[in-house]
Design a protein around this ligand. Structure first.
Ligand SMILES: Nc1ncnc2c1ncn2[C@@H]1O[C@H](COP(=O)(O)OP(=O)(O)OP(=O)(O)O)[C@@H](O)[C@H]1O
Ligand SMILES: [Mg+2]
Length: 306
């Protein structure tokens, strides 16, 4: 089932100089993906999140979250969502007191709250007043707050804004783990591509309130002939590497224990598949799968399309 559905949604702000934040927008987010909601500043990402949470009412069109209208069923919808807002507002109490309070509202034990504090790396700051946290640690607090209560859907608005490279990496690892271990649906709104490179498997590209493209990252990669990394599983990676390295379309190759990581333009994927099953290669290939895409290249092509 699709967790989120936007069906021709328009959201207009303001009076005289009205701004169409969303303009007849349609997209859907399937269950259990990590979706990137990607678009430049002012394209409607945060507005989309506020509509999903039922904080805003669309001017026209329909929105379904878990099959419900979030404007009508705001509490039933919000109960199942963890939301990291773009500009969170926190009370001036200690980290622990604040998260314990969130936990109580969600019926979550203090042990579990401690677990989330550890998960986001806030242990050392547990008894510090929120006012004293650096921006990066505030971001971690926001993540902990969003995770408490076992949400089925996580909305992360610029989750690595303000983070140094190491913290950014840790937060992205955390998102990956959440996907693997909890199997929840995650939507990451961002205009920073490297955020998505490692984690996203689904993409909604939005520009000036309009959805230009959406779908599985792998499908978009093919549609726009973008370079991508594929993993070829085989028992004889070295032998296979020596046989395909001569192909002009193979841009990079890395030998791993149980296979090869290769970079090709996805336009050549069929050629590669053909080669792998041909008699020229006498190596048994177990499996080939898409790993990640050169998102910068895809972004450029999508921008040109919009
Ligand atoms: N409360 C509001 N009142 C008036 N205009 C608004 C309001 N909220 C958003 N907008 C306008 O709607 C448009 C979309 O804004 P939104 O915050 O959704 O963009 P965004 O994609 O999240 O951008 P960013 O990457 O900068 O966070 C912008 O033109 C913005 O100025
Ligand atoms: Mg925003």
């Amino acid at each position: 089932m699709d967790v989120v559905v936007f069906d021709n949604v328009t959201k207009i702000f303001g009076g005289l100089k009205a701004i169409k934040a969303l303009d007849n927008t349609s997209f859907r987010i399937p269950s259990r993906v990590v979706a990137g909601l990607l678009g430049p500043n002012g394209s409607g990402k945060t507005t989309s999140f506020k509509l999903i949470m039922g904080f805003l009412k669309p001017n026209s069109g329909k929105i379904f979250v878990f099959g419900m209208d979030p404007w009508v069923n705001e509490y039933s919808v919000r109960r199942r969502i963890g939301y990291l807002p773009e500009k969170p507002v926190y009370p001036y109490v200690s980290v622990y007191k604040f998260l314990r309070h969130i936990g109580r509202m969600q019926g979550v034990s203090s042990n579990e709250v401690e677990m989330f504090i550890k998960l986001v790396g806030l242990e050392r700051y547990k008894f510090i007043n929120i006012r004293g946290l650096s921006r990066g640690y505030l971001q971690r607090l926001g993540l902990a707050q969003a995770l408490i209560g076992d949400p089925e859907l996580l909305l992360l608005d610029e989750p690595t804004a303000n983070l140094d490279p190491l913290s950014r990496k840790q937060i992205l690892e955390l998102i990956k783990d959440l996907k693997k271990e909890l199997g929840i649906t995650i939507i990451v709104a961002t205009h920073i591509l490297p955020e998505l490179q490692e984690v996203a498997d689904y993409l909604v590209y939005i520009n000036r309130g309009r959805v230009i493209e959406s779908g599985k990252l792998e499908d978009l990669t093919h549609r726009y002939f973008v370079h991508a990394y594929y993993y070829i599983e085989t028992n004889e990676p070295r032998k296979l590497a020596s046989k395909i390295i001569m192909e002009e379309y193979v841009k990079a190759i890395e030998v791993r224990d149980n296979g090869l990581l290769i970079k090709i333009n996805s336009a050549y994927k069929d050629d590669l598949l053909e080669l792998l099953t041909s008699s020229k290669i006498s190596v048994y290939v177990k499996n080939i799968r898409h790993v990640t895409t050169e998102l910068g290249e895809l972004y450029e092509k999508l921008s040109r399309a919009s």
